[in-house]
Design a protein around this ligand. Structure first.
Ligand SMILES: [Zn+2]
Length: 106
């Protein structure tokens, strides 16, 4: 919920009073955000703002990590940080970000 609220806040600031029609947000798979609940929270958080009724497009990106033991890079589908080689000494490279890619205003 807090993460969605910050998206709405940022959108309202950038729209600078213009009406927001849609927002495209890229969200990493490791943000532990459920697209459905984010859509729902966005609707609630934007109520009464210039983004009220705006469409939220979510672009979910898979996470990536690098293993410090074998040096391999691998995709992360969830929060289980374990290299295929069995090592848990991994560094997350991508998948924790949430950013606004674009928005449509008038
Ligand atoms: Zn490894």
């Amino acid at each position: 919920m807090a993460i969605t609220q910050s998206v709405v806040d940022a959108v309202c600031v950038h729209a600078a009073g213009r009406r927001v029609h849609s927002v495209r947000v890229e969200v990493g798979a490791l943000c532990a955000v459920l697209p459905d609940s984010m859509q729902f929270c966005f609707g609630l958080a934007s109520e009464g703002t210039i983004a009220d009724g705006a469409r939220l497009d979510l672009d979910v990106r898979p996470g990536t990590a690098r293993c410090r033991t074998c040096g391999q890079e691998f995709a992360l589908a969830d929060l289980i940080l374990l290299c295929p080689c069995g090592s848990a000494d991994v560094e997350v490279i991508a998948g924790r970000d949430l950013k606004i890619l674009s928005m449509e205003v008038s």
